[in-house]
Design a protein around this ligand. Structure first.
Ligand SMILES: NC(=O)c1ccc[n+]([C@@H]2O[C@H](COP(=O)([O-])OP(=O)(O)OC[C@H]3O[C@@H](n4cnc5c(N)ncnc54)[C@H](OP(=O)(O)O)[C@@H]3O)[C@@H](O)[C@H]2O)c1
Length: 310
């Protein structure tokens, strides 16, 4: 089976060298602008070039190399008959959970205050807050959101989760769904964790109107996709005290411009889209299983619902 590598921001042959070495029964070919290849059935993609899919009339499936497939779904040449497959990796969810917990505790235990005090050589104990007094709301209760909610609950934080469709949740995790559910959850939310996929409905969801509905002085942990966030609204909410801080891992334009105000804002922690990596083993398993499904005339698993957009 021939599989084409499609990315305009990443050298996938280099990035996936260990995966390519291990999948000896797949021939990986590089995308060539304007060159039509009828024998390519499979693609691996991350931010593919806009017209990339035009060159592969017999392509049946495309694998993302991450949990999100938004950059593939946004590609104008993607045809309706191509299955889009994403990576589902429990190890990635665990890594994301560690990242979110670290940031929730950063806020709860006032680490920014300790750092400022150390800079000025001040020996002073800020008042401590019990986890039970810091309610956390999670946007997105999918593969990753479920793990994060579980782990926060184990540490004693009151946890609420919000998704599109109604869910049953374990005891101690409050469930909300749909627009009315979001309106009901936000006033009780001090720390807001964004773990939504990027779709037309979720784009720009982290905006001034939403921050106003949270507990005053709340904290934002944004690990979804950059375009969920209205950047000027985040700055405004920090400057007027609506938010007391924000940990931002993803940005509408990456890498973040060196002159961007986020870098130097005292209330913001910037990380370079690094909340959690997906393992090469998980990518390998996804590509392998997708190739196997195509060889056997089956539909691949872990496909994105093209109507929902995730
Ligand atoms: N920063 C990083 O390093 C990093 C790494 C990995 C992933 N991510 C981000 O994390 C996201 C989530 O990954 P995942 O694997 O957990 O995704 P997932 O399993 O597809 O779960 C998505 C969740 O979002 C909910 N949702 C989608 N649209 C919604 C809407 N309009 N209103 C309310 N809820 C909505 C879904 O609701 P239903 O359950 O009702 O369908 C589901 O609970 C990825 O798409 C990506 O953006 C970031």
């Amino acid at each position: 089976m021939r599989c084409v590598l499609l990315s305009e921001i990443l050298d996938l042959r280099d990035h996936l060298s260990s995966v390519i070495d291990q999948l000896g029964d797949i021939t990986f070919v590089d995308h060539q602008e304007g060159y039509t290849a009828n024998d390519v059935q499979l693609a691996v993609a991350w931010h593919p070039p806009g017209n990339a899919f035009d060159n592969y009339p017999n392509l049946k499936a495309v694998c993302s190399i991450g949990a999100g497939a938004d950059s593939i779904l946004a590609c104008p040449s993607l045809r309706d008959d191509i299955d889009v497959v994403r990576v589902v990796d429990p190890a990635q969810a665990q890594m994301m959970s560690g990242f979110v917990l670290w940031n929730v505790i950063w806020h709860q235990r006032r680490f920014a205050t300790y750092l400022a005090q150390q800079r000025d050589r001040i020996w002073q104990r800020p008042s401590q807050r019990d986890a039970k007094d810091v309610p956390v709301g999670i946007l997105g209760y999918g593969e990753i959101g479920r793990r994060v909610a579980h782990d926060l609950r184990m540490l004693g934080f009151p946890v609420s989760v919000w998704s599109r469709s109604e869910k049953s949740t374990p005891q101690g995790i409050s469930e909300f769904h749909g627009p009315a559910g979001l309106a009901a959850m936000l006033p009780e939310t001090e720390v807001l964790v964004n773990l939504l996929p990027l779709t037309p409905e979720t784009q720009g969801i982290l905006n001034g109107a939403l921050f106003k509905r949270m507990r005053h002085g709340g904290y934002l942990i944004h690990v979804g996709r950059g375009e969920h966030m209205v950047e000027k609204d985040v700055l405004l909410a920090l400057d007027n005290g609506q938010l007391s801080g924000a940990s931002l891992d993803v940005f509408p334009s990456e890498p973040l411009d060196p002159h961007h105000p986020f870098w130097s804002h005292p209330g913001i922690i910037v990380t370079p889209h690094d909340a959690c990596d997906v393992s090469m083993d998980a990518i390998k398993a996804t590509v392998d299983a997708t190739a196997d499904a195509l060889r056997n005339g089956r539909r691949p698993s872990q496909t994105v619902d093209r109507v929902r957009g995730y």
